[in-house]
Each structure stands twice: as C-alpha cells, then as structure tokens.
Design a protein around this ligand. Structure first.
Ligand code: GAL
Length: 364
C-alpha cells in the first residue's frame, strides 16, 4: 500500500517546482485577486478543514478569498457562485453539493472568462470545468473493501488469504447518488468484493447489491441509521450481520448507532468508513468502527492552491497526473489525484498522530 508519505515528496517537489517564494512574493505584492471558494456543508468536519486550508494557502499566495458553505442546499450553492462571479472573482474553486446541478453558474463563469477548479467532487455535465483536484477515488473503495475482508479474517493485512472461511453476512452502503465520488467508491469496493459474493463467502441477505438500492442521499448519517435499523429488524431478526461496507464516517456512525440500538456490542460487526473524522477515529480506538480512509485535506488544499495560482498566472498547472479517468459527461477533466491511506486501530497513531493531523489529546 502506498502511504501518505509517498505523496508528500511529490507535493514538496511541486511546491519547489512552482518556486514557492517567488510565487508568493509575486502574488502577494500583485493584484490580490479574488478567488471564490464554495464548499458543500459545515455538518462534516472535513469540509470545514478543507475550506480553512484552501483559504489559508491562497491567502499566503496573496489572493483574497471568499469562502462559502452551501449547507447541502443546491440552489443556495448556485446562488453563492453567481454572487462570487458578480463580485469579480477571477477563479472559482467548487466542492459541489450536487455535481450535475451547477451547469448554469458554470456557463456564467465561462461567459465572464472565469476558470473553474472542481475540488474533491467532479463537476458533471459542463464543458466549463478546467481542472480537478481529488484523491484516488476508486482506490478508496478498494481499500474499504479490503479492510472489510481483513476485519472479517478472510484476508491478512498483506493481502494473503486469512484464517476465516465464512460465509459472512454483510450489507452494503454507498454515498450520495448525485456525488460522482460515490460511484467510484462503490465500484472500487465491488471490484474486491464481487469474487467473494460470487463464491458465497460473503452473502448480502437483504439482496440489495446494486448501487441504486444502497445509496445514502447527502451522505446523511441519520438516513443510514434508519436504513440499517430497517435491515436489522427485517432481514436480521434470526441471524447476525457480520460486516457493513460504509463509504463515509458519518454514515458509519449512523450504522453503529443502529447496531447498538439492536443489541449488538461490545463486539461489533466490521464497519468501514472514510475521512478519519475525529468521532470515527475515537470509535476505532474503542473497538467499535473497524477502519476509515484517511485523506489529508491539507495536501489537497495545497495542491489546489498551487493549481489556482498557476491558472491565475495563465499557466497550465504542473499538478496534473491523470488525464483520462474523470469524464464528466461532456469532457475529460484533467486531474491531480492524491493517495488515500487505509487506517485501523493498528496504524492510526503512525498515520494520524505522527503526521500531525491529530494530537493524542484530541483522540482521548
Ligand atoms: C465525498 C468525499 C468523501 C466524503 C463524502 C461525504 O465527496 O470524497 O471524502 O467527505 O463526500 O462528505
């Protein structure tokens, strides 16, 4: 597995390649142009950190930043972007609520010759998306499924067959259907799980195995809790569920609440996650959630700010490493993909504390 350390030198190199001091000085003493940044919601820690990190990095470059949160309201986000255009923003960075719902503001941005960077979530259905910064989303799903197998004992940490034989009962959860990432995560996970499902080693007793029947609109934990309660009170009255594929920590916490409400614990089914949110890392340490996927939002912000700075200077960003995989339905958007890292109780300290993402105190 490639660790986050593997990518750090890349980012450092990119910073160096962009000539950070000269860049900073030039932008700092220069125009101080306005950059509009829109984020989906403050209901999840990660987006709060993402917004703060991008703002800080852009301001270090000498730019002015208008940072707004749409609180998962699609028309609100469209209005925020239009108002940033009206205020004279020279570049837009957008983490969308619904990736396909912003074609009109994107058209307006294009009319005003304002470049657009899609942040973490791809903007779909519009030719007016210049660049995309995100993580290896398919790999996130692969890591989630691999950790589910490892937790169940079907696979060892280094990818060998594990001691357990199964069969195990699992249920599947996917993210918000209007977020392009949700499909990538689910497809990545299913690429790993399918052979086990075909062989009967893993069984989805609800029969809900296709993406459309397992999505969680707006990634909402409460929606996930209700779906899990429904599954437990219908499908799992006589047998136990052994594992749950969860694509995101907020959903994982909802699933764990449903499990607790239905008599599970102190030993819990294997529940995966994503984002290394504080509550979930604590849950992992307490042997409740099994795993999460760490995506260093500091790195994503750094890369995006460097991309933005290059674009504002009329250059092609050097931070591009994927020119093929992110087709938004109208064009393939040139992207920079960072590496996610799979985290369990075994490595959380090394990955999350030693990297400075969290302190031991925060996790107590
Ligand atoms: C996705 C993102 C995940 C998670 C999820 C819910 O777009 O890639 O890391 O944050 O949204 O917010």
């Amino acid at each position: 597995m490639r660790s986050v350390r593997a990518v750090l030198p890349v980012v450092v190199l990119l910073v160096a390649a962009c000539g950070a001091p000269a860049t900073t000085q030039q932008a700092g003493t220069g125009d101080g142009v306005l950059v509009g940044v829109t984020m989906p919601t403050t209901s999840s820690e990660r987006w709060i950190h993402d917004g703060q990190n991008i703002k800080r990095d852009l301001e270090k470059q000498g730019h002015r930043v208008d940072l707004r949160y749409a609180e998962n309201d699609v028309p609100n986000q469209a209005k925020q972007i239009e108002s940033q255009i009206a205020d004279g923003a020279k570049l837009l960075i957008i983490a969308s609520v619904d990736g396909s719902a912003l074609t009109q503001p994107l058209q307006r941005a294009a009319d005003a010759r304002i470049p657009v960077i899609a942040y973490d979530r791809l903007l779909r259905g519009s030719p007016y998306v210049d660049y995309y910064a995100t993580f290896e989303n398919f790999r996130v799903g692969v890591y989630q499924a691999e950790s589910l197998l490892t937790g169940l004992g079907l696979r060892t940490g280094d990818g060998q067959p594990g001691a357990a034989a199964g069969p195990f009962n699992i249920e599947l959860f996917a993210g918000s259907p209007d977020d392009n990432n949700a499909t990538f995560f689910f497809n990545g996970a299913m690429s790993v799980l399918k052979p086990y499902l075909d062989a009967g080693t893993l069984v989805v007793r609800s029969g809900q195995t296709d993406f459309n029947s397992v999505t969680t609109p707006r990634w909402d934990g409460e929606t996930a809790r209700k779906r899990m309660e429904g599954l437990l009170t219908t499908t799992y009255r006589r047998v136990k569920v052994n594992g749950v594929l969860s694509p995101y920590d907020g959903i994982s916490l909802g699933i764990l609440t449903a499990l607790k409400n239905n008599g599970y614990g102190p030993v819990f089914p294997i529940v995966t996650g994503q984002d290394a949110e504080l509550g979930s890392v604590k849950s992992i340490i307490a042997d409740q959630q099994y795993s999460t996927i760490y995506k260093d939002t500091r790195e994503l912000a750094t890369v995006t700010a460097l991309m933005a700075d290059a674009v504002l200077k009329g250059r092609t960003p050097p931070q591009l490493n994927n020119l093929n995989d992110y087709d938004n339905g109208v064009k393939v958007v040139p992207a920079f993909l960072l590496n996610p890292v799979s985290v369990t109780k075994a490595n959380y300290h090394k990955v999350l504390v030693e990297s400075g993402y969290y302190t031991d105190d925060q996790l107590r």
